[in-house]
Structures are given as structure tokens and as C-alpha cells.
Design a protein around this ligand. Structure first.
Ligand code: COA
Ligand code: ZN
Length: 311
């Protein structure tokens, strides 16, 4: 029996935050409502960050209030600090996804503070929330930083230990700018699952160097069962130089399904959402299955080939 693989759809957060043209609030809500019926276990709806830092997601409260929640789907939101958590708590999300980096340069760029200050700020959020709502912590640049290069896994382990000591039981290991390779992912998966058997790990990949799906495979083969993906392959951190899209949800999910894993996701509905997204952003996105179709979308045998076959 193969592991069930769960996907968290992050397009309206990681995907939209890197778009230059503002996507209207009602369009965001329309997309999330469609995605809610595709079978995802979790959807990252938006972020409660500074509207100056991420103007695209300044409508976080309106979006959270406007969506229709579907039972069985967890609606999570990204949080950088206490102010974000206080704003988010007004709209009753199912989870807060706290974020900080594992490299100083990216943390200063993204959060405008040191890793130590971010940790202190997130610890404040954890005390404030006081177990009233589930908490996940996302550790950015965990496989490499676009400014500092390779990140020592000991830094990642140290941060996981510190968050675990604060009672955090869910952690996402993020490859923010596609620095990871499958061997590195396999080692990280083994390391974190062996050291922290009681933590639920999610892996978050970007396809910046074309290794996203290979990294997903390596993680699955090493026991990871939860992943972030972004519809159409949209995404990227605006404060990470050279950042590009996440692994494309529909491609990642389809590959996982073809390999015999249960995902609970309706790929046909998901492809409809991918088309809606392309209309919304007004350009072709990196996703492949939306262009090629599923493998049962067969092409007719051409007349001359039919003749050759029957002669
Ligand atoms: N939501 C809304 N407003 C916020 C806020 C939040 N979460 N955090 C801070 N602010 C406001 C403050 O109230 C203050 O407002 P004022 O100027 O009207 O007084 C202003 O922003 C500056 O506050 P400060 O605490 O000095 O924050 P900062 O400007 O140093 O920014 C962060 C720090 C972390 C809030 C900001 O860098 C941020 O939101 N980063 C997230 C980036 C991101 O999402 N990247 C992609 C995802 S990985
Ligand atoms: Zn990301």
C-alpha cells in the first residue's frame, strides 16, 4: 500500500504575492472557492503581512471573510509577526503558518530583521495564540539561500528544535529559490523524520532550476507525505532575488497519482482551476498537464499512418 500524499494549495499566497498587477478581491475569492472543491486537505488563502511589504495581499481580511469554507479543508494564512496574528485571529483561520528564514540575508531582506528577532517575534505569536489555533512554522531557504548559498542543515535542525520546544508540531521545510537537489532532499527528509518523529513535516519546493518534481519524488521516497504546490506553477518570494514559481500543483499531483498514491484530488476540476488562473493573470503559466492534457487525452492516428498500419 502506497502512502497517501496530501497537498496544500498555496497559489493565492505564494503565487499571488509575486504578481505585479493587483488581482481583485472577488477574483481571489472565486479561485479559492473553486479550489475548495478540488479535494485539497489545506489551502493557504493569503498572508497577514505588512501591506507595504506585500500590497497584493492587503485584502487578506476581506478574502478570508468572503470565501465559502468547505468541511475537510483547512484554511491557513501566512504570518510574519504578532500584528499579523492579531489581524488573522479576527477572521478565524484553521491554522497560522508562521514564517522565518534559515539564512540571515534572506531574513533581513524578507522580514527586515535578524533571524533572532524573527524567532523572538514568532515565539511571542505562539504564546499569544496559546494553543487556541493550530500553528505551522515555515522555514524559508532551508536548502540554500540566494545570497549566502548552501545552508547547513544544522541551522535548520537547531530552529526545528527551538520551535519544537515551544510546542510546535507542524513544520514546513522550504526551498524558497529552488536550490535543492534530490540527494539533498533525501538526506533532509531522513534527518528531520528521524530526529523529530512526532513533527508533521511538509516540504515546499520551487522549480527555479527545474528540479522541483525530482525533489518531490526524493521526498516521497524518503517518507514525506505532505507538500505545498502552487496552481499553474505560479509563485516566488518578492524579497528573494531570482525567485520563480513553486512546483506546479496539477503537474505534481498528477505525477503522484499516476505513481499510485492516493491524493484525494480531482485532477479534472484542478485543471479547470488552472485555466481560470491563466485567464486571471492573462498569460500562459509553466504548468504542463494543462497544455498536454492527461495521458488519456489521445490523438487520432493520421490518415497516412492508418494506411501504413493497414498495408
Ligand atoms: N500587518 C499589517 N501591518 C503591519 C504588520 C502586519 N503583519 N506588521 C507591521 N505592520 C505595520 C506596522 O503597524 C507599521 O505601521 P505604521 O507605519 O502605520 O505605524 C508598519 O507596518 C511598520 O511596522 P514594523 O514593525 O516596523 O515592520 P517593518 O516595516 O519592519 O516590516 C514585516 C516587518 C515583517 C511586517 C514586513 O517585512 C513583512 O510583512 N514581511 C513579509 C514579507 C513576505 O510576506 N514575504 C513573502 C512570504 S515568505
Ligand atoms: Zn515559496
Amino acid at each position: 500500500m502506497k502512502n497517501r500524499i496530501n497537498f496544500n494549495e498555496v497559489v493565492t499566497r505564494d503565487g499571488f504575492q509575486n504578481e505585479s498587477l493587483f488581482i481583485p478581491t472577488d477574483k481571489k475569492i472565486e479561485l479559492i472557492n473553486q479550489l475548495s472543491h478540488c479535494g485539497f486537505s489545506k489551502i493557504e488563502v493569503t498572508s497577514f503581512t505588512s501591506p507595504k511589504a506585500i500590497p497584493m495581499l492587503a485584502d487578506a481580511t476581506e478574502v478570508m471573510q468572503g470565501i465559502q469554507r468547505v468541511e475537510g479543508v483547512e484554511y491557513t494564512v501566512l504570518i510574519p509577526n504578532l500584528k499579523g496574528a492579531q489581524r488573522a485571529m479576527q477572521v478565524n483561520p484553521d491554522e497560522l503558518n508562521l514564517v522565518m528564514s534559515t539564512s540571515q540575508s534572506h531574513n533581513f531582506s524578507n522580514m527586515r530583521m535578524s533571524m533572532q528577532s524573527s524567532f523572538a517575534s514568532l515565539a511571542e505569536v505562539i504564546h499569544f495564540v496559546n494553543q487556541k489555533i493550530a500553528i505551522n512554522v515555515s522555514l524559508s531557504t532551508a536548502f540554500g539561500c540566494p545570497m549566502e548559498g548552501y545552508v547547513d542543515p544544522r541551522v535548520v535542525i537547531d530552529l526545528i528544535t527551538q520551535f519544537s520546544d515551544l510546542g510546535v508540531g507542524r513544520l514546513t521545510i522550504c526551498d524558497t529559490t529552488g536550490m535543492a537537489n534530490p540527494e539533498q532532499v533525501a538526506q533532509m527528509a531522513q534527518l528531520v523524520t528521524n530526529l523529530f518523529p512526532n513533527i508533521a513535516f511538509t516540504f515546499h519546493f520551487h522549480n527555479t532550476r527545474g528540479m522541483g518534481l525530482a525533489n518531490l519524488m526524493a521526498a516521497i521516497q524518503n517518507g514525506i507525505t505532505q507538500f505545498d504546490g502552487s496552481l499553474g506553477g505560479l509563485g516566488g518570494c518578492p524579497y528573494a532575488p531570482g525567485a520563480t514559481g513553486n512546483i506546479c500543483s496539477e503537474d505534481a499531483i498528477y505525477m503522484t497519482q499516476l505513481m499510485g498514491h492516493e491524493t484525494g484530488i480531482d485532477i479534472i476540476k484542478l485543471l479547470e482551476s488552472a485555466k481560470l488562473l491563466e485567464n486571471m493573470v492573462g498569460r500562459t503559466l509553466p504548468g504542463q498537464i494543462v497544455k498536454a492534457g492527461t495521458i488519456d487525452c489521445l490523438h487520432p492516428v493520421l490518415g497516412n499512418v492508418q494506411e501504413l498500419m493497414s498495408s
